[in-house]
Design a protein around this ligand. Structure first.
Ligand code: SAH
Length: 200
């Protein structure tokens, strides 16, 4: 899988090493075992998917993680991206809005020695109690860049977020220059399940 990611243009060796270590098959339903290391997305229940390895590598690379970075992740899903962030030394706070997926990740991740702080809730709101964050990663397609998340980013911090409607998103990196100014860069087309607002 790592050789494939390299060929596709992922250069950050730390990201590749982390993805080499985390057993992606363990995050999938038995039925998908033999395809676990192909560049495919799979159903993880509740209408959600685990992102393709290329997407995980691409987003992680854009985050430019440093050890001990405090990272907010929106969309825990299977917990695979969470595990990659943790194994790079980040302190991860991850929010999931599907209760069953939240519960599953909460049970599973400690079993493979991955210990993020997991929350059941609405990622649009972020986690103001724990803000500010060095980095924020959103793993569902967002129609806009949520204001709360911009506010919860440190000055100099980076947010990586796929922005667009259901038919596809542009990968965006947002660098917070000061309280009111943000540098925005765009990195091509991706396809995510939509980021949904809180269940009522
Ligand atoms: N990183 C995950 C990706 C899962 S897909 C993985 O690789 O497995 C996106 C996830 O975002 C889904 O689990 C979905 O339930 C979750 N999600 C969607 N809208 C959300 C919101 N508003 N807040 C938190 N999580 C959300």
């Amino acid at each position: 899988m790592v050789a494939m990611l390299k060929e596709m243009g992922i250069e950050d060796m730390r990201v590749l090493d982390a993805m080499n270590v985390i057993p992606r098959h363990a995050f999938l339903d038995d039925a998908f075992f033999e395809y676990a290391y192909e560049n495919k997305a799979f159903q993880i229940g509740e209408g959600q998917t685990i992102s393709q390895p290329y997407t995980v590598a691409f987003q992680t690379q854009l985050l430019q993680l440093k050890k001990n970075d405090k990272v907010l992740e929106i969309g825990t899903g299977s917990g695979y991206q969470t595990a990659v962030l943790c194994s790079l030394g980040a302190r991860v706070f991850s929010i999931e809005r599907q209760r069953l997926l939240y519960e599953k990740a909460k049970r599973f991740l400690p079993m493979i020695n991955i210990n993020p702080k997991l929350f059941y809730g609405d990622g649009y709101l972020g986690l103001s109690v724990f803000a500010p964050f060095d980095k924020i990663i959103v793993t569902a397609g967002a129609p806009i860049i949520p204001e709360a998340l911009k506010n919860q980013l440190k000055i100099g911090g980076i947010m990586v977020i796929p922005v667009g409607e259901n038919d596809g998103q542009k990968m965006i990196s947002v660098i917070k220059l000061n309280e009111n100014e943000f540098e925005i860069n765009e990195y091509g087309d991706f396809h995510f399940v939509p980021m949904l607002s809180a269940k009522r």
